[in-house]
Design a protein around this ligand. Structure first.
Ligand SMILES: [Zn+2]
Length: 137
């Protein structure tokens, strides 16, 4: 369930990010055009473009921060399920994200070291302690 919501969230956020960056690019080009219009003595057009550019930059930055916050919150809420795979022969351990159909003692891919079949030895949800999460702001 958490994996599904997470992938939907990433899909939505990538679309939002695309829109934000397009808006940001358009706003910046509006500002560049404003400088050009100003140098041609077209003050009214320049003022309009500056206004447009600033509104665009401001709104896209605002949406970007809002989306970031939401994604951060979502990441904290959905803790990933981890699968530990162990080689019985040489003890090589590998950890990967839980995949559908994983169960304990299931034989999975061969060992990177000795080509022996590896077994899933543990499936667990990673529990992150509150307060330990590093916030970038
Ligand atoms: Zn091995």
């Amino acid at each position: 369930m958490s994996r599904a919501t997470q992938s939907v969230a990433t899909k939505v956020s990538s679309v939002v990010l695309l829109i934000i960056f397009v808006t940001l690019a358009l706003s910046l080009s509006a500002l560049i055009l404003a400088i050009q219009a100003y140098s041609y003595g077209n003050d009214v057009v320049a003022a309009y473009l500056i206004l447009l550019g600033f509104v665009g930059v401001a709104s896209s930055t605002y949406v970007l921060f809002q989306t970031r916050k939401r994604i951060m919150r979502l990441r904290i809420e959905t803790q990933p399920i981890t699968t530990t795979i162990e080689c019985k022969k040489c003890g090589f351990k590998s950890v990967r994200e839980f995949q559908r159909g994983d169960y304990i003692f299931k034989e999975v891919e061969t060992c990177q070291k000795c080509n022996e079949k590896m077994l899933i030895t543990a499936i667990y949800r990673e529990v992150r302690e509150k307060g330990k999460e590093a916030f970038p702001y």
